[in-house]
Design a protein around this ligand. Sequence first.
Ligand SMILES: O=C(O)C1CCN(c2ccc(-c3cc(CO)ccc3Cl)cn2)CC1
Length: 317
Amino acid sequence: QHAKITCTSRYVPENAVSNDQLSTMMDTSDEWISSRTGIRSRNIVTNENTSDLCIKVAEKLLKKSGKNAEDLDFILVATMTPDYGTPSVACLVQGSISATQALAFDISAACTGFVYALSMGEKLIRTGKKFGMVIGGETLSKVLDWDDRSTAVLFGDGAAGVLLEASDEEHFLNEKLQADGQRAKSLTSGYLENKSPFYTGTSESSAYLQMAGRDIYDFSLNDVTNNIREIAEDDVDYLLLHQANKRIIEKISKKLKVPREKFLTNMEHNGNTSAASIPLLLDESVEKGVLQLGSKQKIVLTGYGGGLTWGSILLTL
Ligand SMILES: O=C(O)C1CCN(c2ccc(-c3cc(CO)ccc3Cl)cn2)CC1
């Protein structure tokens, strides 16, 4: 059987931080941030971790759909900022909503995480599972170096997700998921130092998020554009790209010769929320009525970022 997205939901921390607020904390300005990134505000946790944000999304998905947690066969969470190495955020969500029949694990694919996880969820349905939850959630604020203005102003916290259910109609039409570990060091975060008395190696990296901005920019313009060109068809209604940078999206739309208005954006009030960015955009667009579940609208979801990873899914709603 086929998989169908039957519900979307989102949750962001209450604390919205404007560019002007950041300019009182570090040497930056609203003019610089908004002109170079398209970001005007982002939401930053004050007392929540990634599992708290994802649990709120899970609760809202169940409430909105009227479905029962014990009917869930799987919970997948895409995150690069889990509460723990173990237990997974997915298990924390499973425990909190008592989805006792659901298998649960996290997927680590940075800003491509939600696309990877949605693809894996679709395969679980195609091989016999009936009902699952796929969530992208991040608290990037905990891994940022807040003295480094080149990265601290770019990222935000948030979570969003979908319900996947078995369906007779075909909705997932095509996908291409890619990776290149030889460029892994272009974007790193969360390195765990070995403190064992036996360890003689050196600490080779930092726990802070570090990004070679230029390299990632160029990667996004080249590899990602080629990936979308392979997957998108002429009659695509909308493209929902990972919300990293407004200029990148404008450049990709020009290279693809696809009208800019087909590229939905919301980085302006979320910042870059890594694995949460695509499901946040999806749920906001459904709420605004731009997208409608069951409408047969044809959309492309494209993630790209740390790993390096990148990938697209072509689907009809
Ligand atoms: O000087 C400028 O204009 C700066 C130049 C550097 N910038 C960047 C660079 C890279 C990214 C980025 C990050 C990820 C990870 O989610 C994925 C994809 C991209 Cl394209 C975002 N901003 C900000 C504006």
